[in-house]
Design a protein around this ligand. Sequence first.
Ligand SMILES: Nc1ncnc2c1ncn2[C@@H]1O[C@H](COP(=O)(O)OP(=O)(O)O)[C@@H](O)[C@H]1O
Ligand SMILES: [Mg+2]
Length: 186
Amino acid sequence: MRLERLAENAGWRQARELRRLAREAGDLTRTTRSLIFEAAPKAVWHGGIQAGLKRLASHYANASLMDVRVEVSGDVSRVAGKVTDHLFDAAAELLWNACNHGHATRCSVLVEVKMGRVRLRVSDNGSGFVPEEALERSRQQTGLGLYWIMMIARSFGGDMQIGSAPKRGSVVDVVFAESASRRGGP
Ligand SMILES: Nc1ncnc2c1ncn2[C@@H]1O[C@H](COP(=O)(O)OP(=O)(O)O)[C@@H](O)[C@H]1O
Ligand SMILES: [Mg+2]
């Protein structure tokens, strides 16, 4: 970023201010792009799971935020529409978390349909976090976060697992049953 280059040649006081401005500009850009993206109608997913995830990935690539690899395996046409919607919401939230909280530079999104189950795995090379603490914070929040992704997955006969530790990146696995029969929950 140009502001950071300016900071390299400035006195320490100005450099500190320039770096702060660079950080603020980065945060603002991320937030704006995310809001634009989140406001997009669900119709963007009409091309199916793979096309939808690729679109998500290109959003991050086009904004030079994060490199996102997408891999889909198995017969995704079997996955119920409702499950697909939740899967996209979860993928979008987990990618946003990786970028916004983890400041990851690389992320991968894997979807696997196998034996009546759909697995979404989002891995990132970001800062990592303590899963139990994050889940507890998430539980107290409104809106779609880790806790609610877990509760929705459970209500669709699945679950969520987090592998992460500070400075170690993270791997979040969300599993749904491929049919849309709900079992209580939110
Ligand atoms: N991929 C990630 N990298 C680093 N920290 C994360 C990541 N995902 C979640 N977190 C941490 O877990 C917290 C809870 O996440 P989440 O439930 O999605 O709520 P929110 O994004 O609204 O804060 C975040 O505030 C952040 O501290
Ligand atoms: Mg979040």
